[in-house]
Every structure is written in structure tokens, then in C-alpha cells.
Design a protein around this ligand. Structure first.
Ligand code: FAD
Length: 475
């Protein structure tokens, strides 16, 4: 019996496998493709994902291979200077191709002992009280205690479960290609800058070595979006907006994407769960999908490990849906809003101008950045301190940085009073007696994903909160 089968070895599956292994859970990743993809979808990571990488000692690997950009221009491409005082130690976006992110997460999962089988497609699924049976394309059957579908937007797992995926189909489509161009770089950059003022359906981002990622709004929506466009279609799309096709040639790959927004009705069906694009799809405005999926995995990993280890309190695994479903719904909403703001119709263009003016108010700009970067996410843990349900930012403590103390993936009581105790939970929760000028509560209980489960100074209150997240005390 395997502990957890992860169907799909994209970024979310690999992140989850790493999280499970951190807790000693046997994780097997099944990936249908024999080789990693060369297709680059996401171009970067936002602040919350960078914090997550920091909490797993992975950040330096990412920073070494990425490029930092000021956090601006993410909401509907409206460029504004970054606001002062963002509530994060990482107030930037990191440009890094998805293929590199996937490689780093795969290496991390393997280092921690995850088993990865490539060329293995999951085609069947059934579950009973004790476990899940997965059927592979070659007829092999595998038995596991849990299974997580991280198998992308067209998720086989979701379909086999019969979980509804309601939402809106694509109304708009964009063509995308990694191509070489015939136009000199300065000339192309000038045209792109001019067009970007109004024609949000076009972009050409240099990727190095003379290769560009070219995006152009398509004329209609293809019937079968799994079929890539031809180079001629891309040329036509570019020409329709720019008046020239910039001599695009020699594509590395071509694809299309749309503005469909869909959200799985439920993230958990018994012993089977969904994460990443398998649970939600939306247009790439603001560059959020991969980030959202990584954060799903970060939320789910320790809960699933607790269920496997047998200490999960009632409701812990269900809290994955309760917490992450609304976060995805909010992302779907903000991407829909952004698509509206990129429409060339006079009405949306007028709204865009108004939103742009509003973003000159620092609070509005900060609010939108906290949304897109996910540092503003707050789970509903009920009434309480302002920090309750939010993730704790990294803090300078006397003995080092908070995030460095969280790398084991355990709970943590950050205690400035020195009077509190986690006796009974010491196998699951670290007790750190330390202080920080940046922390204005006497003590905070952090879950393994860094979200604040309790804040205060009363030991009795603390004893009331510990079992909710960490199960029964050891006697
Ligand atoms: C043009 C474009 C630009 C984007 N830009 C950004 C961006 O800047 N920032 C951002 O955060 N997001 C961006 N995204 C979204 C991002 O690419 C996705 O959200 C991300 O890839 C989701 O990761 P995943 O692991 O959930 O799914 P996927 O990356 O789709 O991985 C799923 C994996 O499962 C495998 N699989 C599928 N079926 C099976 C099966 N039956 N058995 C076994 N394996 C299976 C697949 O081969 C694949 O490897 C963009 C998307 C597009 C299209």
C-alpha cells in the first residue's frame, strides 16, 4: 500500500510530493509524459510563492536562475510604481520560466525521496473505505491510501470522480508562440510599447538568443483548443493588431489559450483530492495559475501527511477545500475582471482608464498587488486578532529569521512571553521563545503552512486551539 499517489508531475504534483516527503510520507508521482515538457507557460513567481520557497530552503535556487522585477503592471497590465511598505520580505516578482520551476521542484522532490514514474498515465480510479485503486494505461493497478489529481486543466482524475467543473467557456482566445523575429529588437520594442497602451491583446517578450514569446488575440475561438495554431495563423493574428507580422519565423512551439474560467465543485471526494489546474482554470492575466497551484499543494501537504500519520483532527483534510476553494474563486474573479479591462471596446477602455486613475491611490495599488501576489490571502478561522488566518510574513528574530525555523514543515509557537507551553504537542509543534520588533502580539501559533492559527498570551486559550489543527495531545 502506497501512502499517496500523485497523478500528474507538473509543478503542483512535484510541489506536493516534496511536501509529503518532508513529513516522511511515501509519495509516488505518476506522469504520463516520458520527458519533461519544453513548453514554457508561466513566466514567473509572485511574492507568496517566493515566501513558500523560502520556507523550504529553496529560494536561493530560484533566485539564482531568475530575475527580480519590481512588483507593478500585474493588474490588467496597468503599470504603476510599486507601493511602499508591502507586507513581505520579498516585494518583487521573479521572472523564471515554468520549465525551470518544474525542474527545481522535481529535483527537490527527488532529493527528499519522492518516487517519480514517467510515461505512466492514470486511466482508471476507484476507492473504498481503506484506499484508492489507480489503473494505469498499461494495465498496472496501484493501491494507495490517498490519491491527489494534479493532472492539469483537463484532469482525468476529476472526470473519473464525476466532480463538476462549472464555469464559463472561452469567449476570447490568444495565440502564443516562441518564435524568432525579422524586425530589429529596438524597432520591435518601440512598436510593442506603443501598442501596449491600448491593444492589450498583443505582446512580444524577449526570451534571449533572439527568441520572443509572441502573443496575439485570435480571431474567434478554435473548436478544438488542443490543436496548436499554425505559424500562419500567428502571423495573421499579429498582423491584424500591429499591421506587420515582424517577420516571425522558426517557432520552437505554438499554442493557444483562452479565457475559460472553471472551478471544481469540490476539492475532496473521500480519499481523492484535486489540486492546481485540475481544480481551477482561468486566463493567465496577472500570472497566477501556477502560483495558486503551488499554494494549494502547500496547504494540502501537511494535512494529508497528518491523515496518513494518523494524528489529523476531525475536519483537517476537509479544511483544504474550505480554505482553498474561495481563494481560487477570488482568482477566477480577478482574472475575469482583468480580461474585461483588456477589451478594446470603448466601455471597458473607459473603465480601464478609471481603474488606472484609482490605482494612483497607494492603498488601491497595494490592495491589488496583495491580491495578485497572494500575500493578502486570509483563511476564515473565525473572529479574532487581525493576524488570524493570514500567513505570517518573515520576521527577523534574535536567533535568525522566522522562515528559517519553519523548514521542517512543523507547527511553530512563536512566544515572546516565555510563559507558554506546547507540552503534549511537542512532536508536532516547535516552541520558539524569541522576539521581534515587527511582531506586535505576545505570541502566535503558526501552522506548517505559516498561517496564524492563534494569537494572544493566554495558555488556556492556546490549549483550546492546538487540538483543532494538531490533534490530540500526547499524554
Ligand atoms: C499562456 C500561459 C501563460 C501562463 N502564465 C502563467 C504565469 O505567468 N504565472 C502563473 O502562475 N501561471 C501561469 N500560467 C498557468 C500555469 O501554466 C498553470 O497554472 C500550471 O501549469 C498548473 O500546474 P499543474 O501542475 O496544476 O498542471 P500542469 O502544469 O498542466 O501539469 C499537469 C501534469 O499532469 C500530467 N498528466 C495529465 N493527465 C495525466 C494522467 N492521466 N496521468 C498522469 N499524468 C497526467 C501532464 O502531463 C502534466 O505534466 C499560464 C498558463 C498559460 C496557458
Amino acid at each position: 500500500m502506497i501512502d499517496v499517489v500523485v497523478a500528474g508531475g507538473g509543478p503542483v504534483g512535484m510541489m506536493l510530493a516534496g511536501e509529503l516527503r518532508l513529513h516522511g510520507v511515501h509519495a509516488l508521482v505518476l506522469e504520463k509524459e516520458a520527458e519533461p515538457t519544453r513548453v514554457v507557460r508561466a513566466l514567473g513567481l509572485h511574492a507568496r510563492s517566493l515566501e513558500v520557497m523560502d520556507q523550504r530552503a529553496l529560494l536561493d535556487r530560484f533566485l539564482a536562475l531568475g530575475q527580480r522585477y519590481p512588483i507593478g503592471a500585474f493588474f490588467a497590465g496597468i503599470a504603476k510604481p510599486p507601493p511602499d511598505r508591502l507586507d513581505t520580505a520579498h516585494p518583487y516578482a521573479l521572472a523564471i520560466p515554468q520549465t525551470t520551476t518544474e525542474r527545481l521542484l522535481t529535483e527537490h522532490a527527488i532529493e527528499l525521496g519522492a518516487e517519480i514514474r514517467r510515461g505512466c498515465e492514470l486511466v482508471g480510479l476507484s476507492q473504498d473505505e481503506d484506499g484508492v485503486t489507480a489503473e494505469l494505461a498499461d494495465g498496472t493497478r496501484l493501491r494507495s491510501r490517498y490519491l491527489v489529481g494534479c493532472d492539469g486543466g483537463r484532469s482525468t482524475v476529476r472526470k473519473l470522480l464525476g466532480v463538476g467543473f462549472p464555469g464559463a467557456p472561452a469567449q476570447v482566445e490568444w495565440l502564443l508562440g516562441e518564435v524568432e523575429v525579422g524586425t530589429p529588437p529596438e524597432e520591435l520594442a518601440a512598436v510593442v510599447a506603443e501598442l501596449s497602451k491600448t491593444h492589450k491583446g498583443f505582446g512580444a517578450v524577449p526570451l534571449g538568443d533572439g527568441v520572443y514569446r509572441v502573443v496575439a488575440r485570435a480571431d474567434g475561438v478554435a473548436e478544438d483548443r488542443t490543436v496548436p495554431p499554425t505559424l500562419d495563423e500567428l502571423r495573421q493574428g499579429v498582423r491584424a493588431i500591429a499591421g506587420t507580422d515582424f517577420g516571425v519565423h522558426s517557432p520552437r512551439w505554438l499554442s493557444r489559450f483562452g479565457d475559460a474560467t472553471r472551478l471544481a465543485e469540490r476539492y475532496r471526494t473521500g480519499r481523492v483530492l484535486l489540486a492546481g489546474d485540475a481544480a481551477h482554470i482561468h486566463p493567465p492575466m496577472g500570472g497566477q495559475g501556477l502560483n495558486l497551484g503551488i499554494q494549494d499543494a502547500f496547504n494540502l501537504g501537511w494535512k494529508l501527511a497528518a491523515a496518513v500519520d494518523g494524528w489529523a483532527p476531525a475536519g483537517l483534510l476537509d479544511s483544504y477545500h474550505t480554505e482553498r476553494h474561495p481563494v481560487a474563486a477570488a482568482v477566477l474573479d480577478n482574472t475575469r475582471a482583468q480580461v474585461e479591462l483588456t477589451s478594446l471596446e470603448p466601455g471597458p477602455q473607459a473603465v480601464r482608464r478609471l481603474v488606472s486613475e484609482l490605482m494612483d491611490f497607494e492603498d488601491v495599488n497595494r490592495y491589488l498587488i496583495e491580491k495578485i501576489s497572494a500575500i493578502g490571502v486570509r483563511y476564515d478561522f473565525g473572529e479574532g486578532h487581525e493576524l488570524l488566518g493570514r500567513r505570517m510574513r518573515d520576521l527577523e528574530l534574535k536567533r535568525g529569521r522566522l522562515y528559517e525555523l519553519m523548514r521542517g514543515g512543523r507547527g511553530l509557537l512563536l512566544d515572546q512571553t516565555g510563559r507558554l507551553s506546547v507540552a503534549g504537542w511537542a512532536d508536532r509543534v516547535d516552541h520558539v521563545v524569541d522576539g521581534s520588533e515587527e511582531l506586535d502580539v505576545p505570541a502566535a501559533l503558526l501552522r506548517p503552512d505559516g498561517h496564524v492559527a492563534w494569537a494572544g498570551d493566554d495558555q488556556r486559550e492556546l490549549l483550546g486551539r492546538l487540538p483543532k489543527w494538531f490533534g490530540a495531545a500526547l499524554t
